[in-house]
Write a protein of this length. Structure first.
Length: 114
């Protein structure tokens, strides 16, 4: 069982930055598949950025060049640095890690005002 807790969301003006954190309850050293997803009102949850088991980092086209995913195994934490935020980035952001099964955090709200 892996418990995930997101933090770092909030209200920011367009063009601003936020850094989201996803703290895991145990070691993430052996977890290869992990990522960030988001869900805007009335829309399906979508991939934002992810580390994959093939060693590839994936980004949604809409965030390429603005968002950066990273991880600190020593702190059991994954991050999402979000720069040049746009109103269309407004959503609840979730982290996900896969260890045999998928574990999700509770989500953190990001609101970008124009």
């Amino acid at each position: 069982q892996v418990q995930l807790v997101e933090s770092g969301g909030g209200l920011v003006q367009a063009g601003g930055s936020l850094r989201l954190s996803c703290a895991a309850s145990g070691s993430i050293f052996s977890i290869n598949d992990m990522g960030w997803y988001r869900q805007a009102p009335g829309k399906q949850r979508e991939l934002v950025a992810a580390f994959t088991s093939g060693g590839i980092i994936k980004y949604a086209d809409s965030v390429k060049g603005r968002f950066t995913i990273s991880r600190d195994n020593a702190k059991n934490t994954m991050y999402l640095q979000m720069n040049n935020l746009k109103p269309e980035d407004t959503a609840v952001y979730y982290c996900k890690m896969i260890r045999i099964t998928a574990f999700w955090g509770q989500g953190t709200q990001v609101t970008v005002s124009s």
